[in-house]
Design a protein around this ligand. Structure first.
Ligand code: MCU
Length: 391
């Protein structure tokens, strides 16, 4: 694969003044099928699927496009583009959003709790309800993700407003359907300034199953400034391959083989990969890579089922991507034990505050070097590539 840059050129005609046309570097075509792999090691984020090395930041952006396509084809299902019409109205504390496509419309509303004072304010979109403390100065947008895509076991496949619009046979898993909903919330914030929220300073959070959702939204919706997935475990911060390796060591850990039977968080396309994670073209260190270079603080717990070794090592591999991009401080991983699931412990507060201050409140804050997890969870065990410094 050749990565080409179309140089600016100068065109003159007799009648017109000189015109300077500058084109952006184009990405190579995104493949529609992905190489067969069979490796327990995490895929190399710095090689295109055709084997070409990624050496520049611009190439990495292109690489992300094919990684997103592969994840959609193999586990997430298709992430639709913006519907032909999205309209919104703001009243009281409610932002109502109507999306129309192919003659069908669906509507949903989010509630916005704002700080006192004059906006526009940054905001955190919370799946269900926030289980992290949202500081004064940041609005909370409560997003009923279950309404967009149901998640009550296998029988909820294809149910919810997303599927009313696109059809119950649409390939999206629930996490992808929810990300589509978040994307529409940001459309609505952009077109409704009287809502008082700055659409360029949006964070997203959710815990546990909703943490998987918040992670996928941060990855797919590139207008999100800060991802704050909490205790997402398998399907979020864990790498499928590392969870399988932990399971083989006897841990009580959620794996892809289990998750596809428990709920509809992923596309039905994932079923055929679920018992052979080693054949996936990507893994979840690259879910973090899709968020890069935007802000990302991954918050985890040390409950066996979530896979503390898997989430820690996987996200350390994810941080190698941020380091390669020259922005190591834009991603942190904080794992902490001895607290109830989804009850945010005080020993993760410093890093949470720093990431919110930097990415949402636009203040100076030290987000550097946040990599806390159990000892013995090292990325090196699971990778056979080295991260370059991208130019
Ligand atoms: C960590 O998120 C999930 C987990 O993946 C499921 O296996 C379990 O049933 O529920 C967890 C959860 O959402 O807890 C609230």
């Amino acid at each position: 694969m050749k990565y080409s840059i179309v140089l600016p050129f100068l065109a003159t005609t007799v009648l017109a003044a000189p015109v300077v046309e500058q084109r952006q570097a184009a990405c190579p075509a995104i493949p529609s099928s992905f190489p067969a792999v069979n490796s327990a090691k995490l895929p190399n984020p710095f090689k295109f699927f055709d084997g070409t090395d990624v050496t520049t930041k611009a190439q990495f952006e292109c690489r992300n496009k094919e990684v997103s396509a592969a994840m959609q084809l193999q586990e997430l299902g298709d992430f639709p583009k913006k519907p032909s019409s999205v309209t919104a109205t703001f009243s009281g504390s409610s932002l109502s959003i109507t999306s129309t496509e192919g003659g069908k419309s669906v509507s949903f509303a989010v509630s916005i709790k704002k700080p006192s004072g004059t906006g526009p304010f940054p905001a955190i979109i919370a799946y269900g309800a926030a289980s992290i403390p949202v500081p004064a100065g940041v609005a909370t947008i409560t997003f009923n993700n279950d309404n967009i895509g149901q998640q009550s076991g296998g029988s909820s496949r294809g149910k919810g407003l997303f599927f009313d619009l696109y059809g119950s046979g649409h390939s999206a898993g629930a996490t992808t359907a929810w990300a589509w909903g978040v994307d529409r919330v940001i459309d609505a914030l952009e077109s409704t300034p009287d809502a008082g929220i700055d659409p360029k300073r949006i964070g997203v959070t959710g815990c546990s199953r909703n943490g998987k959702g918040a992670f996928v939204a941060a990855a797919l919706v590139n207008r999100i400034a800060l991802g704050l997935p909490q205790e997402s475990g398998s399907g979020g911060a864990a790498c499928w391959r590392i969870s399988d390796s932990e399971k083989a060591k006897g841990k009580n850990i959620q794996t892809s083989g289990q998750i596809v039977g428990e709920n509809v968080w992923f596309s039905a396309r994932f079923n055929s990969f679920s018992t052979k994670s080693s054949t996936l073209a990507t893994d979840h260190h690259q879910l973090a890579g899709l968020v890069a270079p935007r802000g990302l603080l991954v918050i985890e717990n040390e409950i066996d089922w979530l896979g503390p070794v898997s989430t820690t090592a996987c996200m350390k591999a994810g941080r190698l991507i941020y380091k390669a991009l020259g922005v190591p401080d834009n991603m942190g991983f904080t794992g902490s034990g001895n607290h109830n699931h989804c009850s945010f412990p005080s020993n993760q507060q410093t890093e949470l505050t720093a990431f919110i201050n930097k990415f949402l409140l636009k203040q100076d804050a030290n987000t550097g070097g946040v990599e806390k997890g159990p000892s013995g969870a090292d990325a090196a065990t699971y990778i056979d590539w080295t991260a370059p410094t991208l130019t």
